[in-house]
Write a protein that binds this ligand. Structure first.
Ligand code: THU
Length: 162
């Protein structure tokens, strides 16, 4: 007999940056400043990501585009790969992400693409502790997710390879 299973998760929605914990507000402000340094001449869509590590370090990244479009990389992966390269094995506590466009106002939180979810999930699975995700556009509300796994149900991880 087949069973039906519901999968659900909770998020917290903040109306303004001021409602966040001070450290989260600062983390998001770093994502915003990283966003402004993105190299996005093809999409005009600017994304910044800031990664808070367990050792207190914060690593920033932004999207890096390429004339050969698929060769570019999203902000989230630039940031987490840099964090992994600079501080291998150091746990990631939280990632703040902010997106803006030159063509319209991004007034709601932009969520990481599927490839970025998969990449971040590798670190979360490996460290065995959740990574909080904070999402924001250019203006508007901020969404807090308790873990990356919430954003990638039924995800693929290394256990499938063994
Ligand atoms: N982008 C990101 O940096 N993060 C995402 O999660 C979604 C998309 C970038 C990739 C590309 O440079 C531009 O936004 C438009 O897709």
């Amino acid at each position: 007999m087949a069973i039906q299973k519901d999968i659900s998760f909770s998020i917290t929605i903040y109306n303004t940056l001021k409602e966040l914990q001070k450290a989260d507000e600062a983390l998001m402000n770093l994502a915003v400043s990283a966003r402004k340094r993105a190299y996005a001449p093809y999409s005009d869509f600017y994304v910044g990501a800031s990664v808070l590590l367990e050792n207190g370090e914060i690593i920033e990244g932004n999207n890096q585009e390429n004339a050969s479009y698929p060769s570019g990389l999203c902000a989230e992966r630039v940031a987490v790969f840099y964090a992994g390269a600079k501080y291998p094995g150091v746990k990631i506590k939280a990632i703040a992400i902010s997106a803006a466009s030159l063509n319209h106002e991004v007034n709601e939180p932009a969520a990481p693409c599927g490839n970025c979810r998969q990449s971040i999930s590798e670190y979360e699975f490996r460290q065995g502790e959740p990574i909080r995700i904070l999402l924001m556009g250019e203006t508007g509300s901020i969404i807090e997710c308790n873990s990356l796994a919430d954003l990638l149900p039924l995800g693929f991880n290394s256990t499938f390879l063994n």
